[in-house]
Design a protein around this ligand. Structure first.
Ligand SMILES: [Zn+2]
Length: 177
């Protein structure tokens, strides 16, 4: 990618405002991606659903915004403003490999999410607390029992709602361990 190309990466946001990442932001972005034969994993900040987010824009306070890293990757690679959603072919939210991404509309996104949800329930997972492993549940209960963390603190630590965390601690959920 040459210098001129990086200037064409425009990220359209829901607000219809376009943000131009600076060259420095683009190189910082790629520095935090681990490339492989499969997915290219974003190593920086991720939201609860596993989507990477990064700051772009000339002046963070005035014009800057947090954008989704896979959207940024798509925009950099294909040099186009994004008017629609960027979806994953690989179902890996933190993947930023351009050829694992495609442009889609809301309808396709809903279809995509529905099929993912179906797969999740087929695996016997419940929303929310299903994000935790057995070890994490035991660890959370220990931290609570030892008085190290309160339920609201634990909820933050494990990215769950307070109610969800309360159920785990009180053994209203995850009763089998
Ligand atoms: Zn991927």
């Amino acid at each position: 990618m040459n210098q001129a190309d990086t200037n064409i990466a425009r990220i359209s946001l829901a607000s219809k405002r376009e943000i131009l990442p600076t060259e420095k932001q683009i190189s910082k972005f790629w520095a935090r991606v681990v490339k492989s034969d499969g997915c290219w994993e974003w190593q920086g900040y991720k939201d609860k659903s596993g989507y990477g987010k990064v700051q772009v824009g000339d002046d963070w306070r005035k014009n800057g915004r947090l954008v989704l890293t896979h959207r940024l990757s798509f925009a950099i690679n294909f040099h186009q403003p994004l008017d629609s959603l960027v979806l994953h072919k690989c179902d890996n939210p933190s993947c930023v490999r351009p050829d694992h991404l495609f442009l889609g509309n809301q309808q396709e996104n809903i279809k995509d999410m529905d099929s993912k949800k179906r797969r999740m329930s087929a695996e016997g997972e419940k929303a929310g607390s299903a994000k935790l492993s057995n070890e994490e549940v035991l660890e959370a209960r220990n931290l609570y029992a030892n008085g190290e963390l309160t339920i609201p603190r634990l909820a933050i630590k494990y990215g769950l709602s307070k109610r969800c965390m309360w159920k785990i601690i009180r053994r209203k959920s995850w009763k089998h361990i």
